[in-house]
Design a binder for this molecule. Structure first.
Ligand code: NI
Length: 266
């Protein structure tokens, strides 16, 4: 196994530990004779200098990734970049960060205090993205964050873990359309994220996506245990551009709705 394969294997173990649903779906598809190819993983963070995209991207750049697209999510107050491996053989990496300065002072104070309660050397670990949550957080703090941002509350409670892996539908044999895969999953009792419709995007933007709704996970807070949304599994079908190559980027309008897979409202 290459160093990069080892990293993806650790990421998958960390992810399915929090999201057993993804392992179950992988098994369901394998039982149909499919071999799953991962289109991309997604990581979430805060734009603090110790934890931002520039920190999380480092391990991937070292292993041969290059910076590609960047994306703004005005309403959710997020910024994101995506990375592709030089060989084109490994999954893409999508990293988003919450723009702290766009939130209330109370919100910023909670987050900055948490980040800075941990020694700065902690954040230099090349496996930071699977270290989980290094700080303590109370249920009251979590709820205050939730008032302003589902995403912010999620990162504060869950910490550093892959938010999702993504089945690359183009590589499947039996399922050619996102809707066909969706129907199969629903027939197995799996709930999908319906925000913005089950299928996000269209062939004109060269990308169609859907995702499960995040499972619930029991998280230990300072003063008790509470169930909150964990992570989800995503499904993507890519279309060729005019030059015949498959589009490799992301579509902000679709990703905006995919982020809502971890919202508590659905
Ligand atoms: Ni994604």
């Amino acid at each position: 196994m290459t160093e990069l394969e080892q990293l993806f294997s650790k990421l998958w173990i960390n992810y399915t530990d929090m999201t057993p649903l993804a392992a179950k779906i992988k098994e369901l598809l394998e039982n149909e004779g499919e071999v799953i190819e991962n289109d991309h993983i997604a990581l979430r963070t805060f734009n603090h200098p110790s934890t931002g995209i520039d920190v999380l991207k480092q391990a991937f750049l070292t292993l041969g990734y290059e910076e590609k697209g960047e994306y703004q999510f005005t309403e959710k107050r997020l910024f994101a970049k995506h990375y592709e491996h030089k060989s084109g053989k490994y999954p893409k990496v999508f990293i988003s960060e919450l723009l702290l300065e766009e939130f209330s002072e109370v919100f910023q104070k909670i987050i900055v205090e948490k980040i800075e309660s941990v020694e700065s050397s902690y954040y230099k670990n090349p496996e930071l993205m699977i270290q989980g949550r290094p700080w303590d957080i109370s249920i009251v703090e979590y709820q205050k964050l939730l008032d302003e941002s589902e995403y912010g509350a999620w990162v504060a409670a869950i910490g550093f873990r892959p938010n999702h892996f993504t089945v690359f539908i183009n590589s499947l044999n039996k399922f050619n359309e996102v809707s066909e895969l969706n129907d199969f999953l629903k027939s197995k009792g799996i709930k999908l994220n319906e925000a913005g419709g089950e299928v996000k995007g269209s062939p004109d933007v060269f990308l169609e996506q859907s995702s499960t709704l995040a499972d619930s996970v029991e998280i230990e807070f300072h003063n008790g245990i509470m169930s909150i949304p964990s992570c989800y599994f995503e499904f993507a079908k890519r279309y060729p551009m005019k030059n015949g190559e498959l589009y490799q980027g992301f579509v902000a309008k679709s990703a905006d709705k995919i982020f809502e897979s971890t919202d508590r409202g659905q």
